[in-house]
Write a protein that binds this ligand. Sequence first.
Ligand code: ADP
Ligand code: ASP
Ligand code: MG
Length: 411
Amino acid sequence: MAILVQKFGGTSVANAEKIRRAAKRVIKAVENGYSVVVVASARGQQTDELIADAFELNPNPPKREMDQLLSTGEQQTVSLFAMALDAAGYPAISFTGGQVQMLTDNVHTKARIKSIGAERIKKQLDEGKVVLVAGFQGVDDDGNITTLGRGGSDTTAVALAAAVGAKECEIYTDVDGIYTTDPRIFKEAVKLEQISYDEILEMASLGAGVMHSRSIEFGKKYNVKIHVRSSIEEKEGTIIMHEVPQMEGVAVTGATVQQDMAKIDLVNIDNKPGNAAKVFASLAKAKVVVNDIMQTEVSSKKANLSFLIGISDLTSAKEAAEQMKEEVNCESIFVREDIAEISVVGVGMRTHYGVAERMFGALAKAKVNIDSITTSEIRISCVVNKDQAEEALKVVSVAFELDKAPKERTK
Ligand code: ADP
Ligand code: ASP
Ligand code: MG
């Protein structure tokens, strides 16, 4: 029997009524002949509430204990979900990440999946049960519970879909698909019928919270067809798939804003081989995930080195930078927390010209100053002042006609 993985996000399982509605989706798939694996998130805002509880007792909660605590949210959902299915007459069994050998590294609060033991799940599916797996969690080699980072249940779902050889991984959420940009900020954004792994990977890494970026890496690597769709409406959502030539028809597929970030500038470090390596070795040791890196030569002797990081890594990153200050002969360290990054993404950028001009022109017209710029083959990102971020996203979205479906755009 073909296997289907269905993932339900927090808002889609927020209360008993919503769990019942989600269960109906599962039942429909079972009735259509699928073996179903369900991955669920913590109910509603429960993860935020647990984080608040932790910080009330300790301003710097140990990360291992954080994982131990946060993993309970999804555990509650999957057992309740199994009970709802049982009540409807469909046999179901729920598991924690550890119980299905979701093995991760030991980087608490942002662990990466190393392997998954699919046997236990397959055995239960063969017995005719719906298998429910708690999202966002795993265990390390020593049996400690780990979590995959905020939004990590998407990654559990896609990784499981790969491990069990599922036909498709459905991501049920509170929007009916992936939009050209965050519809909460740019109301005119439109739903995309399809998007390539590369584009949504860039978008997810650059602030599009609709998908956890690691999930896309798994999807691309293991060829998992991902369907992002509404948990309320029946209609088709967005298919994440390998690139097809038509996708290059427009320059820009989507735009994003990344809010919770900081920029660190190491001003006037010695311009000599090995210094950048030293700084980034120190950051890696502190387990800081670095987003964009910019280095510019000031003179033959001096250079400025800047990088962007998530705000949650700021304390560790500052410490790591301070430790390297003398070694690279850095004059001063400058930290900016009042920034955001606006990006445009599209595989069409490879063949269209004038994309940068259009983006910078729109920002200039709205009097948004650009602090720094980084690019890849399929994206352009600008760091701007945080208080102008939403306005910047809107003007850029208008400039690239992100209020229209790709085939309806004029340029
Ligand atoms: P879930 O709890 O189901 O995992 P999330 O809150 O993580 O849901 O993701 C869905 C939200 O992502 C939407 O409500 C939307 O506001 C936001 N979002 C950001 N960028 C996009 C985008 N490009 N397309 C769709 N939704 C987006
Ligand atoms: N519950 C976790 C979070 O809120 C994981 C998830 O929802 O994917 O981040
Ligand atoms: Mg999510």
